[in-house]
Design a protein around this ligand. Structure first.
Ligand code: PMP
Length: 417
């Protein structure tokens, strides 16, 4: 396993104890035990900096955007558009390439519809992989059904890596889009996205990356990647739920049809027909999640203040430690052993159901996720009902992993009695 930190020696260390004090929820007790929150891949906890920004918005700014001439409306519009710039800067994109969505799922559905309507026809092929989240499978299945196109899957190895030779074979003159995850939510695998993009672009095929599990852990530069579409969710990067981002290159967005019709996205509405705004507003019908958009930028500022490299350094220390300690437990098998991993350790214990382990861990105050993690094809491929998934954040500690390891041993003892 390798870390993505370029220079471990010079990257600063996080002051985790002080950081934890900024997250009120980390001090709650669950079933009388201190909470150990290891379900960060599902949703992250929020610092006071973010929580307070939500109430500040409602206390001092709240109004609709792009509409009013009055003071509050222009203040809200200003903050909404400034947030778009902050998010654009974070991804190294232009603000008009940043579309506010409800989350990663809506961002992918938007591309599947709006790109699909224009660029996909009968017999065309779309390539995704076997390790995709359902949000990056179902929209493409729906599009392929609608257009009579064909969905192809890059297979994965036993350790949870993409079979790149098979990917090369799948790419053809029929391929019209490649859509893969940057980081797998259930295996932790960090995919070789630069190579995936270069191979697709060599055949003039655009690439969408599902960055839901990458943006919380990795510095993403869409220009350097030269990726065509990139999406992520606010709630996984210490921001609110119900807000997410779709980055799209202008050359595609300009050609794409609207995803939804309504207010905000129009230029002119006549009874006969309507004309539409330029991107990004063309894809933002209706009153948006104003508070969510503004506070997502606040959350990104928070992460940048800590430093993405410092975050990655700490999280990889947790990943390496948890991998070593869990692996040493008899009968425990880690699912997802790629060379490059984000801080996710999923596992199974011989003879036990993941759900039962999850329930016992919960009784001990330890929050993990059990089940298929919205990646049923992976579970089918490995012939397992699901896994116990632990996923770490910069506010987690080595001591918490020790608690987890003790908890897993206790669960085994109880269940194997
Ligand atoms: N893709 C991946 C890799 C994910 O982990 C998730 C969330 N678990 C999603 C997509 C969907 O994100 P959301 O529910 O925030 O739209």
């Amino acid at each position: 396993m390798d870390t993505m930190v370029k220079d471990k020696a010079i990257t600063k260390e996080l002051d985790v104890e002080n950081i934890r004090n900024e997250f009120p929820i980390l001090s709650v007790t669950v079933h009388g035990k201190p909470l150990v929150y290891f379900d960060n891949a599902a949703s992250s906890q929020k610092p006071l900096f973010v929580i307070k920004a939500i109430s500040t918005y409602y206390e001092t700014v709240n109004s609709n955007v792009h509409r009013g001439v009055h003071h509050l409306s222009s203040l809200a519009t200003d903050q909404f558009e400034t947030a778009r710039k902050t998010i654009a800067t974070h991804l190294n994109a232009n603000p008009d390439e940043i579309i506010y969505t409800r989350g990663t799922t809506e961002a992918i559905n938007l591309v599947a519809f709006s790109y699909g309507e224009v660029f996909i026809k009968e017999g065309d092929e779309i390539i995704i992989s076997q390790m995709e989240h359902h949000s990056n499978i179902v929209p493409w299945q729906m599009l392929c059904q609608r257009k009579k196109a064909v969905l192809k899957y890059i297979p994965i190895t036993d350790s949870g890596e993409l079979k790149m030779d098979e990917y090369k074979k799948l790419l053809s003159a029929k391929t019209k889009l490649v859509a893969v995850t940057h980081v797998s939510n259930s295996l932790g695998t960090i995919n070789p996205v630069e190579e995936i993009i270069a191979l697709a672009h060599a055949k003039n095929v655009p690439v969408l990356l599902d960055g839901a599990q990458a943006v919380p852990h990795i510095k993403v530069d869409v220009k350097k990647l030269d990726v065509d579409f990139y999406c992520f969710s606010g709630h996984k990067v210490y921001g609110p739920t119900g807000i997410g981002i779709l980055f799209g290159k202008t050359k595609w967005l300009k050609e794409m049809v609207p995803y939804q019709g309504g207010g905000e996205m129009i230029k002119e509405v006549k009874l006969e027909a309507s004309t539409y705004q330029e991107p990004p507003l063309r894809f933002e019908a209706g009153t948006p999640n104003i508070e969510g958009s503004i506070v997502l930028a606040t959350a990104i500022d928070y992460m940048n203040n800590l430093g993405i490299d410092a975050i990655a350094k700490h999280e990889h220390k947790l990943l390496d430690y948890a991998t070593e300690k869990l692996r040493a437990i008899e009968g425990l098998k880690i699912v997802g052993q790629a060379k490059y991993k984000a801080p996710v350790v999923a596992f199974n214990i011989e003879g036990l159901h993941p759900y039962d382990i999850g329930v016992i861990l919960d009784q001990l105050g330890i929050a993990v996720r059990t089940g298929h993690h919205c990646t049923q094809p992976i579970m089918d491929l490995y012939c397992i009902p699901g896994t116990v998934r632990t996923s770490f954040s910069f506010y987690n500690t080595i001591a918490e992993i020790d608690t987890l390891v003790e908890g897993v041993k206790k669960a085994i003892k109880m269940l194997k009695k």
